[in-house]
Design a protein around this ligand. Sequence first.
Ligand code: C2E
Ligand code: CA
Ligand code: CA
Length: 552
Amino acid sequence: MTFERSFMNFVQILSEEEITPEISPSALADVSKEYSLRSIVAIISNLRESEQAGEADVIVPLFGPVPENEAPSYLFKHTLAGRKTVTFHIYTRDNKSWNEEEYQSFAIIVDILMMHTERFLLGKFVKDSALTQYLTGLPNSGGFIAYATRLCESREIMNYDSFFFNLKSFGLISRRYGLTEGDEIMKRYSQKLREFCEPDEMIAHFGGDNYTALIKKERTQKFLDYIASIPVYGMKNGKQEEIKVAAVTGVYAVDESLKEPGQLISRSAMALNYAKNVANKPYVFVNKAMSTRIYRQKQIEDRYEEALANDEFRIYLQPKVDIFTGEIIGAESLARWFCNGVVLYPTEFVPILEQEGMVASLDLYVLKKTCEFILGWMKAGIEPVPVSVNFSRRDLNYKHLAREIVQIIDDAGIKRNMIQIEVTETANEDERILMTNFLKNLKEKGIDTAIDDFGTGYSSLSNLRDFPVTMIKIDRSFICNEAVNDNDEIVLRNIIHMAEDLGIKVLTEGVERQDQVELLKSVGCHYVQGFLYDNPMPEGDFQKRLIKRNYS
Ligand code: C2E
Ligand code: CA
Ligand code: CA
């Protein structure tokens, strides 16, 4: 057999083979005979040891068994990209020597082996990087799931707790040290985490400051104590500074309810969210109340559209009263959700619908129903009162909202001034512009508007000038104290006077006691809403109230 034939055969088979480090004996069958080959081993090592300390040589058997403690017959050295060298150790049968020609021609075979090894290493690198975070070298989400899946399959996962944590000072670190040094700090921090782990535990880095961990149950408290404060250093102007990195953590104590590995992440993440936003604690364990909450939230999202179509939403009306005359001067429409025999209140579902961008359809629905009520009263010969409808700030992203509101009112065939639109104020500058335009738009079209929850959060007197509104509704927190104090009274008096000067009506919400009425009378507030007069009620009940007209 000629060299060309055996060589072509080798290349041919190699290119058809699946890329594993080992080269099948069939590919090297002819070549091995010709060169009396026994074994070929590739040893991959780092060119500059000092820079990648800790990474051991990788021994890759390409052909035949790996001989132990035996000097190879021939060595061929190649340099790989990425500061690595590959040395091919060739062992011949009975240590047979080649002549010069054989040696030269085998060098070509080594080139091919080199290509094969590179292809293999590249494949391995791609596979590894699918499982490790490039910066810190810790497993990433893929690596976490791969490991967790194995633990779940063997049920060993029952011995672990699952953690999801963020760094408290992450933003601070990036600002103080900049991106490059920030990355170095994350690497040092990750190294400290690695040091804590026992061989069967794992810590993963999902990127940013998102870390997860699977720690043996008996070491959970130790781990929480450890990550409560990990000292690392940062370099600033050539000097080392010590930083104590604290974590906020959600813990899921793995139990029988675990169905699939993804829940190790989602449940601990849910607890982390709770630790950060609700409990404000360094760590929180998943508990029943938390999962019930999430479950409720999911149900609300899933069932909403259907519920709207099925008329599960009912509109309750709460009278607005003139405290000087006792007369009903209007009402507010408030949504209730009759969901499988339970009444859900808007405080429960409105925030979720807002978050999911679904609240506009509810608000427009409430508006439609409200228009129908008013029309119904008129048809029944009852003098109607204006009714207000709440519109969420989230609705403002909806482009033709004002136009749609007018359309609904006009289509219903009622007067535009029978509807008032309530919105709450915002601190966000972009939203403010949207809001001002929205209010102006409605005013031009002859629809009354109100600022809801005035005095809480972001509303302020100076903004009143810019907001073309008909009414402000003072939040009940202003009068809900056991006894209203002098300062409250001064603030109230000033709000009312300023609003009056600007031609804006004032209503106070949440009036429950007679002494609050007296106070409001003394500061000159005419209109109220509150349990003292009536709770929000179904439309049928409200109609009866409306016929009576007066609280006397
Ligand atoms: P809000 O607009 O400030 O509505 C007044 C809330 O205070 C109502 O709660 C009402 O039942 C309650 N309330 C009335 N009088 C008293 C009182 O004397 N004392 C106390 N403690 N509370 C009183 P509700 O119906 O649970 O509504 C809560 C909030 O949900 C509303 O606050 C409003 O912001 C929002 N909301 C209600 N319906 C809708 C809706 O259809 N669309 C939108 N976007 N939001 C709505
Ligand atoms: Ca309101
Ligand atoms: Ca309010």
